[in-house]
Design a protein around this ligand. Structure first.
Ligand code: ADP
Length: 530
């Protein structure tokens, strides 16, 4: 009988099937356990036969399960898919739970009943479906987030807890990385991670996974002992503290690449578990989405910033240029109407017109500088310069201004200062901004000191005044564009210090302000040595 399958062959097929085939008696005791069942559950037939079926079911489902089987026994239906209305799960010998699909059937032999369950482990399929869903949701969320900081936060929120227990996102900046967002399962640890964002940019040391990423943008996985390996390779105190708080077993560093540029890094930490191949490819997919979203967000930021800059510029032009223009119009009309006005009066009017023109010229120059700063086109042609000569020359042109207001100007030079790298004109412009402010905000009869000293970062130049000072909460704002502490300061446009900062930073130096309200202000900057 060539077309009939014998019982022996059938039994063999059932035995070797990849799905679990399990039989039980009326008391729900296991009577048969095939190879597939052994592979899925981890029990051998010897160990499990004779035990109740509950051994294979997570505790919380047990009571319901035996009731369902009993009801099915009474129903007279031959076969039924299990868990049609809800998820079902099995539990392996190791205690690990897994999602499953199963069908139950019953065969009566006289008074005896044999229940058989055919069950499939759907962990991999479920995982794949969850992963697709996660990526779809992540894509949607990231597409609807605006601005780079919101996008970074969104990515951190997506990664924890699905892929990792902790996560740090960093932006690529000229000299390394700058933390942009962090997340952790434990809110206390998350607070510690947040401290990295305020610690400034960091240059990863040699041997650090981020250094490897800078050299070649592909993922770096520290599968075990990540905490101690990272502590060894890290110098940055805030980052050390974060690693210590998380004490990760595994860490996965992923480059964020957009338009062939490394724009940042995503680091995932796991406290106990390690990352497997599936986790790695999910993390890589997330990193790809994140890089794309971050790149878009940055473009969006740039567009917004340039629109804002344009609006501010229009605002300044309409306010600050209007006054001198109005003055010129009025004065010139008066002159035209009375051509024989006496010499003295005419002279004064012409002087005022010249002043207004100068004011407009200065403003236009400042606006153009700000524009250059925005476009990254503020060119510095630095050459070795003796700081003493540079200062003496610069102050020469400022003296008349100081004297006009009855203020004394004192220059204190440390002897034998080394040469600095400076663009003469630009540094003079900076000094004239700083001294100009000192004059503007100092009372007549007071003293302004300009001093130079050697400094760890090169040479430091400070302008000290005894004017009204700046409130501590306002000090961090003075370098902002168009910012002025009072409306009455509207002699300039609030651009001087922003431009000074741009100039000094383009030299590779640093500029800062210290002030005590009522006592005076010191503005200092450094220039690198030649
Ligand atoms: P501007 O001088 O054109 O207003 P700046 O950018 O140079 O713009 O300065 C911004 C603001 O910072 C000033 O308007 C003033 O409120 C404050 N400021 C700057 N320098 C001093 C100073 N030496 N003393 C007191 N306030 C100052």
């Amino acid at each position: 009988m060539p077309n009939r399958i014998t019982h022996d062959i059938l039994a063999e097929i059932v035995e070797i099937a990849a799905d679990a085939v399990i039989c039980m008696d009326a008391f729900q005791r296991i009577t048969f356990f095939n190879n597939g069942a052994e592979a899925i559950f981890g029990w051998t037939p010897d160990e499990i036969i004779g035990q109740r079926i509950e051994t294979l079911i997570p505790e919380r489902y047990r009571a319901n399960h035996s009731r369902h089987v009993a009801e099915f026994g009474r129903s007279g239906v031959n076969a039924r898919r299990m868990g049609e209305r809800r998820e079902i799960a099995g539990v392996r010998k190791s205690g690990e739970e897994f999602p499953a699909e199963a069908a139950i059937s019953q065969v009566h032999q006289g008074d005896n009943v044999v229940f058989s369950v055919v069950l499939r482990d759907v962990t991999v399929r479920k995982r794949f479906a969850q992963r697709q869903q996660f990526l779809a949701e992540a894509g949607e969320k990231l597409a609807s987030s605006f601005g780079s900081s919101e996008t970074l936060n969104q990515v951190a929120r997506l990664a924890v807890p699905i892929i990792a227990d902790g996560c740090i996102l960093e932006n690529r900046v000229s000299n390394g990385f700058l933390a942009g967002a962090a997340a952790h399962l434990d809110p206390d640890i998350e607070e510690i991670l947040d401290e990295i964002s305020t610690a400034g940019a960091r240059i990863p040391p040699k041997g650090h996974p981020l250094t490897e990423i800078l050299e070649k943008p592909s993922p770096v996985l520290l599968q075990s002992n990540a905490a101690s390996r990272l502590m060894e390779a890290t110098a940055n105190p805030a980052y050390l503290k974060a690693v210590k708080a998380m004490s990760p077993q595994s860490a996965l560093f992923l480059p964020l690449v957009a338009r062939e540029q490394l724009i940042g890094a995503l680091t995932l930490f796991r406290t106990k578990r390690t990352f497997d191949g599936d986790d790695l490819s999910l993390a890589e997919d997330l990193a790809r989405l994140a890089a794309l979203a971050l790149d878009n967000a940055r473009l969006h930021d740039t567009v917004r910033a340039s629109l804002r800059a344009r609006d501010e510029m229009v605002g300044v032009v309409s306010h600050d240029l209007r006054n001198p223009v109005a003055a010129v119009k009025m004065l010139s009309r008066t002159l035209l109407r009375a051509p024989q006005a006496n010499g003295q009066q005419a002279h004064e009017s012409i002087e005022l017109i010249a002043q207004a023109a100068e004011q407009m010229d200065a403003l236009i120059r400042d606006l153009l500088d700000v524009n250059r700063l925005d476009a990254g086109k503020l060119m510095i042609s630095a050459m070795p310069v003796d700081p003493a000569v540079l200062l003496t020359d610069s102050l020469q042109t400022l003296r008349p201004l100081v004297e006009e207001k009855g203020i004394s100007l004192d220059l204190q030079l440390e002897t034998d200062l080394p040469k600095v790298m400076a663009d003469r004109e630009r540094v003079q412009q900076t000094l004239s901004n700083l001294v100009g402010n000192a004059i503007k905000f100092s009372p007549a009869g007071s003293k302004i000191v300009v001093l130079t000293r050697g400094h760890a970062e090169g040479v430091m130049i400070s302008v000290l005044d005894h004017g009204r000072g700046i409130a501590p909460e306002q000090v961090p704002r003075v370098f902002d564009r168009y910012w002025q502490s009072a409306r009455t300061d509207r002699e300039g446009a609030g651009l001087g210090l922003a431009i000074a900062k741009g100039i000094i930073e383009a030299h590779g130096g640093r500029i800062w302000i210290e002030s005590r309200p009522g006592e005076g202000t010191t503005a200092s900057f450094t220039l690198p040595l030649a």
